[in-house]
Design a protein around this ligand. Structure first.
Ligand SMILES: N[C@@H](CCC(=O)N[C@@H](CS)C(=O)NCC(=O)O)C(=O)O
Length: 216
């Protein structure tokens, strides 16, 4: 059965690929699993019908027969578990790749998200600039350590995995801040991720929805 995910009918980023359906699409593309997309408006996301699928009224969601999932991390993990290509088969390497998924979502994404929230919701506040400086320092603290760990490697732990997919997806959200430019190895890491054919297909698919242009 072909799984169905949800995505914004119109993404606030206009198709920059920052909405979290992009990481799910990327996972599908990496493993070669076709998928359907149901588009939802902001209003529809808060209606009971959508909240029955996503308790917090958000995207993305995943439906396949009786199985209903929400949370991009859980969805990407589910795809990675069901298909070859995103998680190593060796048990310890697999556990480490899963650890990187959690690190991306629980340790690296929160300050990055805080920056986006500050910029979107608190931009007009007189203390916004001060707050942004503090948030940026918290982001840099994470990036310092991530950059040191990645070093000259292509990926975080051997072959490309769901851990890299998630970490790159999280770091992409920093694009507009230019903070990533301070870390050449992380910039190159993100570029490697974005250069993967599967990412390009995922990006094009979400862009097509937001611009009305057919994917290349
Ligand atoms: N932790 C969730 C976050 C989901 C989330 O914040 N989704 C955003 C789009 S990327 C959304 O639906 N925003 C609209 C809203 O919260 O009303 C995940 O990783 O799936």
């Amino acid at each position: 059965m072909t799984p169905t995910i949800t995505a914004f009918e119109r993404s606030p980023d206009g198709g920059q690929g920052l909405a979290r359906d992009t990481r799910v699409r990327w996972a599908f593309e990496e493993v070669g699993q076709p998928y359907n997309v149901r588009l939802v408006s902001f209003a529809a996301m808060k209606e009971p019908a959508h909240k029955a699928v996503h308790p917090f009224g958000q995207i993305p969601t995943y439906e396949e027969g009786d199985l209903v999932l929400f949370e991009s991390g859980a969805i990407v993990f589910h795809i990675a578990e069901r298909h070859e290509g995103l998680l190593p088969t060796e048990a310890n390497a697999r556990a480490r790749a899963i650890t990187w998924m959690f690190a991306a979502l629980n340790t690296v994404e929160p300050p990055i998200l805080d920056r986006a929230t500050t910029w979107i919701s608190e931009r007009k506040e007189p203390w916004c600039e001060q707050r942004l400086r503090l948030v940026d320092d918290r982001i840099r603290s994470r990036l310092d350590d991530l950059s040191a760990r990645l070093g000259n490697a292509d990926w975080l732990d051997g072959e490309f995995s769901a851990g890299d997919l998630m970490m790159v997806s999280v770091l992409i959200r920093l694009r507009s801040s230019r903070i990533l430019d301070e870390y050449p190895n992380l910039s190159a890491y993100v570029a490697r991720g974005e250069g993967r054919p599967a990412y390009k297909r995922a990006f094009a698919a979400q862009l097509a929805i937001n611009t009305g242009a057919p994917p290349a």
